[in-house]
Design a protein around this ligand. Structure first.
Ligand SMILES: NCc1[nH]cc(CCC(=O)O)c1CC(=O)O
Length: 313
């Protein structure tokens, strides 16, 4: 019998402590309880503070790359202080540290961005020169590309902090992932759900991934029934695209794969950080070829953009 079912010790689920991260950890726990008929006390949610949670006063691009919200959690997983770790896939580097794998994906939530504002109903509704808050390089570049007249200010912090900044008048509008709002039961703050045609979301937006030690076969079997195969195919194609672009937090990149039966439609966009130029393309093919399509799409965009584009020079 698997040690996980024999053990009297609860399964330790590692997560960040933000309300959204906790909601994602609880969703993971609930799916494992349902899949295996386990009681809630078979699990323990362990909150880990990451450097990204500690440093709130500087733009993310100055603090460091994508590992910022995950490093301490991955260290705890590697040393055995956790059994699994729950992550927003959009915050994950494309390469896992040696000894860890991230191959269990929960069913994907809404992939769209939400336009959030107390005074205006959409991007088009924003007056000339309005101040918009966002710390996402992708959203900043996409917005600057479509509305060069707008003024952008940094907007760090969790969903609640950012809404407070709007209430305080720091900016008149911001963007949040619909997925996060759904999981927090806060979709009412979205004034408009922005179509991917207007603003292509981040790679893996709306997807939750569960990481484990590569050699932990009991955990691999435990996770197997909660892995959502359509989500896994889509995220694999998007992350192959991202990996080929050498994407980091420093680079405005958007990508979205959608399934239609056994077909996969993959769209990608890269932008100059100041939004002065955007290059977009799409690929369509068999879903099982998604990762090759991702690499191929990245090659096309890199070729069309030319050297130095992603660095902004
Ligand atoms: N970068 C922070 C982050 N990482 C994941 C989400 C939302 C949930 C998701 O996309 O899965 C957010 C907040 C946001 O973009 O509004």
């Amino acid at each position: 019998m698997d040690r996980i079912f024999d053990s009297t010790a609860p399964l330790r689920i590692g997560t960040r402590g933000s309300p959204l991260a906790l909601a994602q950890a609880h969703e993971t726990r609930d799916r494992l309880m349902a899949a295996h008929g386990l009681p809630q006390d078979a699990f323990e949610v362990v909150v880990i503070k990451t450097s990204g949670d500690r440093i709130l006063d500087r733009p993310l691009k100055e603090v460091g790359g994508k590992g910022l919200f995950t490093r301490e959690i991955e260290e705890a997983l590697a040393t055995g202080a956790l059994d699994i770790a729950v992550h927003s896939m959009k915050d994950m580097p494309t390469l896992q540290p040696a000894g860890l794998v991230l191959d269990c994906l929960l069913p994907r939530e809404d992939v769209r961005d939400a336009f959030v504002s107390l005074d205006f109903s959409s991007i088009a509704d924003l007056p000339q020169g309005a101040v918009v808050g966002s710390s996402s390089l992708r959203r900043r570049a996409q917005l600057a590309n479509r509305r060069p007249d707008l003024q952008l200010v940094e907007f760090r912090g969790n969903v609640q902090t950012r809404l407070q900044k709007l209430a305080d008048g720091v900016a008149v509008a911001t963007f949040l992932a619909m997925a996060g709002l759904h999981r927090l039961g806060m979709t009412q703050v979205a004034r408009t759900q922005i179509s991917p045609d207007e603003m292509l979301p981040a790679v893996a937006q709306g997807a939750i991934g569960i990481e484990r030690r590569a050699d932990d076969q009991a955990i691999a079997r435990l996770l197997e029934p909660i892995n959502d195969h359509p989500t896994a195919l889509r995220v694999a194609a998007e992350r192959a695209f991202l990996a080929r672009l050498d994407g980091s937090c420093q680079t405005p990149i958007a990508g979205l794969a959608e399934l239609d039966g056994d077909r996969l439609l993959l769209r990608g966009e890269i932008l100059r950080p100041d939004g002065s130029e955007a290059v977009a393309a799409r690929r369509e093919g068999l879903a099982t070829d998604g990762e090759a399509m991702g690499r191929d799409l990245a090659e096309e965009l890199l070729g069309r953009a030319g050297p130095g584009f992603l660095a902004g020079h």
